[in-house]
Design a protein around this ligand. Structure first.
Ligand SMILES: Cc1cc2nc3c(=O)[nH]c(=O)nc-3n(C[C@H](O)[C@H](O)[C@H](O)COP(=O)(O)OP(=O)(O)OC[C@H]3O[C@@H](n4cnc5c(N)ncnc54)[C@H](O)[C@@H]3O)c2cc1C
Length: 479
């Protein structure tokens, strides 16, 4: 097993904390960045436009919050590093911890995968639980203030130095205020997610709009939560049926989470969107190769059905704006959004937070804001592999848009997926890379390359497009 062993960093020495950082958005990326900024800045203010409700003590403004969020193993490690004790809190709240290899039932187009022990350790929870625990810990950090119900409306820029010097914002609780409030900051971090307005704000101050790449798999989600009856052992913690262009438009992701809940999302790509009505949801579930009707017959629905369709991969190339303003960085979905089926978003945002810490650690003293002008290039490098992975597969939903290198990677990944049902070793290598525990070149292991070549040769021989399942696909669901 080649997964990089996790070595939590030693607690950083007490630093000279000075200055004020403002974080736009208190979602996953914003809260992770806050943990880092609190080490270096005397004051950190998080501005979040949503407000708490009775149901959710922390107001995630992210509409996707009710959908199953699989946190990749590397993301889990980083979160624990930034918020020590978080995994324990999650366990206390009932979030299951498991070895991904043993407890994930995955159905690829080529058939069900094996269930080896992988040491890829995951923990599944609702996004609401994860975010509210992060929030509870973030607001206890020294110098951190979290203001909810506050919407950032623009940037403050010093006209002489062209540095970003703060933000303008409006507070919902204060509608009598006519003009937006101004908040001065040494550093502004845009973690406003997929609806970030930063491209507009930059152009308002004379910077060019970032070039943006969009690759749309035309994917839709329909999600519902279910209660698992007491005493029922599902035999798995993750259930996944993969989509793959062009034939396999339909798939699912199911997660066993805290409070005996099972969160199930059905998804359809290439415009084959799942429906929101009860009967059609059941029919869509029954159309999958996994035996979902047998599973769902044992569970009790505990929520309505919710649908979501804004899933394109979208990348703003902020790294190409030169000169980049002092006093501003962008991370998480605000910089790069991935098709959610690959479950990369939170983990990539976590790697952005670590990159921020690395730059601040090695900047030293007054230099630190200048050092952060390199951040967008780092962020772009960290997003490059996850971007390649999701977009080269998604290009196939729009084949006319795919460039040759992307098509080659996609064919190779297809062949690799084809080897997984019969090779626990390839499975382990592939998922270690997918969980970002091992670098992508791990897949150049001679045995994996041999498997890929054999698979490609077999496909050429048979001209069938996809290899037939080696086992009955419904075998992978043993409830
Ligand atoms: C259906 C679906 C399923 C997904 N599944 C997974 C998964 O399984 N695993 C995974 O890792 N990722 C998944 N993702 C992706 C994941 O949700 C995102 O990558 C992650 O939430 C990014 O966090 P963020 O903080 O950048 O953005 P967000 O979580 O969107 O947070 C942005 C925050 O900023 C606030 N905000 C925005 N603008 C302003 C403003 N002007 N002023 C003040 N506040 C503002 C918003 O209210 C929000 O709270 C999924 C996404 C979707 C859509």
């Amino acid at each position: 097993m080649m997964a990089r062993p996790h070595r939590p960093r030693a607690k950083p020495a007490e630093r000279d904390r000075n200055g004020h950082a403002v974080v736009i958005g208190g979602g996953m990326a914003g809260l992770l960045a806050t943990a880092v900024l609190a080490e270096f800045f005397e004051h950190v203010t998080v501005l979040e436009r949503s407000s708490a409700t009775d149901r959710h003590p922390w107001p995630s403004g992210a509409p996707q919050a009710r959908y199953p969020h699989l946190l990749l193993a590397r993301g889990r490690q980083i979160m624990e590093e930034l918020f020590p004790g978080l995994n324990h809190d999650l366990s206390q709240a009932g979030a299951p911890v498991f070895d991904f290899g043993q407890r994930a039932r995955i159905l690829t187009p080529a058939g069900p995968t094996p269930t080896p022990t992988t040491d890829i350790i995951c923990q599944a929870s609702s996004r609401f639980l994860m975010e509210s625990l992060l929030h509870a810990r973030a607001q206890k950090l020294p110098g951190v203030v979290i203001r909810t119900g506050t919407t950032v409306t623009g940037l403050r820029v010093d006209p002489s130095t062209r540095a970003v010097t703060g933000v303008t914002c409006t507070r919902r609780a204060d509608p009598s205020r006519q003009s937006p409030e101004e908040l001065a900051a040494d550093l502004v971090v845009d973690a406003g997610g997929r609806h970030s307005r930063l491209p507009d704000w930059l152009t308002q101050h004379g910077w060019p709009r970032p070039r943006t790449t969009v690759i749309d798999p035309r994917l839709g989600y329909a999600v519902r939560s279910y209660t698992i009856p007491a005493g029922l052992d599902l035999g798995f913690d993750v259930l996944s049926e993969l989509t793959r262009a062009p034939a396999h438009t339909r798939g699912c992701l199911g997660l066993r989470i805290e409070e005996d809940q099972f969160l199930l999302s059905l998804h359809g790509a290439g415009g084959d969107y799942p429906p929101s009505t009860e009967n059609e949801f059941a029919a869509f579930a029954a159309s999958l190769r996994s035996d979902l009707p047998a599973l769902l017959a044992q569970l009790t629905p505990s929520s309505p059905i919710f649908c979501y369709r804004r899933t394109p991969n979208r990348r703003h190339h902020y790294d190409r704006i030169r000169p980049w303003p002092n006093g501003l960085i962008v991370l998480g979905d605000a910089a790069c959004v991935f098709n959610p089926v690959y479950a990369q978003g939170i983990t990539v945002a976590a790697t952005h937070a670590l990159a921020l810490r690395d730059l601040l650690t090695h900047a030293g003293g007054d230099d630190r804001l200048t050092s952060l002008t390199r951040f967008q290039r780092r962020q772009a490098r960290l997003s490059a592999w996850p971007w390649l992975l999701s977009t080269c597969l998604d290009h196939d939903w729009n084949p006319h848009t795919a460039a040759l290198p992307g098509r080659a990677v996609s064919r190779t990944l297809d062949a690799l997926l084809g080897t997984l049902p019969d090779s626990p070793a390839d499975y382990t290598r592939f998922f270690a890379v997918l969980h970002m525990l091992a670098p992508p070149y791990t897949l150049l292991h001679p045995a994996t390359v041999r498997g890929i070549l054999t698979h490609l040769r077999r496909r050429e021989d048979t001209h069938t497009g996809h290899r037939p399942a080696t086992r009955n696909p419904t075998d992978h669901l043993e409830v």
